[in-house]
Design a protein around this ligand. Structure first.
Ligand SMILES: [Zn+2]
Length: 326
């Protein structure tokens, strides 16, 4: 059976209307925040494109092509390799794809390159792909996934069909997680932190570090809500911050919360990427956009100091004062 897709009804409808009209673009970008199932959608789209039984945008899940695609061994679904310092698609990899694209597919009429998590793809690599995306061989399709369209050159964006991934409802999220056999208590905690973002809920349940960081972020947001410098200092001097990777992760998560605060003011129904939507809603009523921007700048500065190996204790105590003053 094909992997079930929760949420993303907009993307699925877009695919199915493309297939029904018979006008299927050769390149796609599936974009949206982490955890919304972009890679699952990319795989689903690739299966639909290759399915031997249907051409309505839903893979049958039973033909030879669907079955090998589900086992991730379809020779015509190609995942170019990510490498280098940024762990991304290098110019060399992209040039190789340009050459390889002219080789006819193995099993099917078409071959599909999936550039998953292409957020860090650098300009030279994008330039290398430009021509092939503009005029690909008839048997080639490209699917990119990224958190944001901003990762790409406008010339790439104008040549791909962009489809936004979207969150499912909380009920759909709980059903999806129950089907993956997580316990009710774990699911409840995860949904309390990450709402209906299935990918982040799974990461939360699987990753103890994310659980600590989320708990610290919630405490920090509550301290900022109450303008309580002492409690914020207590959070910021937590022994967990001896681990620099935890400090870095925390600064990113708190920054997401602050960003969500601003976003929620403009659209209360927006799906949050931070771990504490209820707290963020309260904070958004108390924090002006100007203060939020200031805090964002301080968090950004603190994150780059942590990357530059400045002591966590120093960075965190300076940051505490800056946040309370803003
Ligand atoms: Zn099929």
């Amino acid at each position: 059976m094909t992997e079930k897709i929760y949420g993303n009804s907009f993307a699925l409808q877009t695919f199915s209307s493309m297939f029904r009209s018979g006008r299927i673009p050769h390149s796609f970008l599936i974009y949206g925040e982490k955890g919304l199932g972009k890679k699952t959608l990319a795989k689903y789209l690739a299966m639909s494109l290759l399915c031997e039984n249907r051409n309505d945008g839903t893979p049958c899940g039973e033909c030879h092509s669907c079955r090998i695609a589900q086992k991730n061994v379809h020779p015509d679904i190609i995942f170019p390799e990510q490498s280098g310092k940024l762990n991304t698609y290098t110019v060399e990899t992209c040039r190789h794809v340009c050459t390889d694209a002219f080789v006819v597919p193995n099993n099917s009429d078409i071959k599909i390159y999936i550039f998953a998590d292409a957020d860090n793809i650098q300009l030279p690599a994008q330039n290398a792909l430009l021509k092939i995306i503009e005029e690909p061989p008839a048997h080639v399709r490209f699917i990119f996934t990224a958190k944001s369209k901003d990762a790409f050159l406008p010339t790439i964006i104008s040549r791909v069909t962009s489809v936004g991934a979207s969150a499912c409802t909380e009920k759909e999220c709980i059903t999806a997680l129950s089907e993956k056999n997580y316990s009710d208590t774990d699911i409840k905690n995860a949904v309390n932190s990450f709402g209906s973002n299935i990918g982040m809920c799974i990461e939360y349940m699987e990753n103890p570090q994310l659980q600590s960081v989320s708990a610290l972020t919630k405490r920090a947001v509550n301290s900022i809500i109450n303008k309580d410098e002492y409690s914020l200092l207590t959070v910021f001097s937590d022994p967990e911050f001896k681990d620099r990777s935890i400090t870095a992760e925390f600064l990113k998560m708190l920054d997401n919360a602050i960003r969500d605060c601003v976003a929620i003011r403009y659209n209360p129904n927006i799906s949050c990427s931070s771990c504490c939507k209820p707290e963020v809603s309260v904070l958004s009523e108390k924090l002006s956009v100007k203060s939020a921007m200031k805090i964002h700048t301080y968090l950004d500065k603190a994150a780059s100091e942590i990357r530059a190996n400045v002591s966590s204790a120093l960075v965190m105590s300076a940051l505490c004062g800056e946040i309370i003053d803003s």
